[in-house]
Design a protein around this ligand. Sequence first.
Ligand SMILES: [Zn+2]
Ligand SMILES: [Zn+2]
Length: 276
Amino acid sequence: MNLGKLADYHMHTPLCRHAAGEPVEYARKAAEIGLGEIGFSDHSPAEENEFDDWRMLLEEFPEYLEGVSAARKAVPELTVRLGLEVDYLEHGEPWIEKLSSMTDYDYLIGSVHYIAPGWDIDNPKWIGRWSGIAEIEEIWEAYWRLYTRCAGSGYFDFIAHPDLPKKFGHKPEGDLRRFYEPAIEAASSSGTAIEINTSGWHKDCAEQYPARQFLEIMNEAGVSLVISSDAHAPDDVGRDFERAVCLALDTGFTQSARFKQRKKTLVELPTVTSGS
Ligand SMILES: [Zn+2]
Ligand SMILES: [Zn+2]
């Protein structure tokens, strides 16, 4: 499959303390596999550096910008965009606005990792909190309530890994549309795109984020699609994009979104030819 029509916009840098490889190496990898465009979107600084230990410090933000520029210069044949992955927190709006004004981004990604202060649900450290059916239901409810607000906030160009609480394999009983539909509706009314995040295939859940049913509803609602790797190492760039394109086509999508200076355009997805 020719990946030239695809962009990988969800990529990290070592500044977040849990990713490896310099931005230049991510860009070289993207060029090597034939991606047309990439963008960096490292975990944003928090208002207080002590907030957690998996994001860049506020004073490192200029270094982040320099890393992205260096990647752009080193691989001139590739389009390199500037983004940022921002946590949507309860009462976090003033800080999101501050981050949004710190530079001229091509796009901002909204994520929910925290459902309560100090509880990042994708952190293996808290695995013991997922003890029973009642807990799973409650965690999913708390997560989707916040995710739906994130989707409707209008702060973001696209939102990341929708069904992240399934990461360790925890899913509530019954029809999960009750969680999906409000978030998709919110994204649709704010004009926010949503990603297929291929990293889920490499987690305990062994499934892309979001589930196929989510994608079907999202397509019916006319919400734009982004395909991302959530790379935390150069080798992750564009990982499983062929598989994601097949899933996207299969669930009815024909296009994916591009962002430049926070303006969205749509590009046709690559076609699947036999043997590709
Ligand atoms: Zn990360
Ligand atoms: Zn990420």
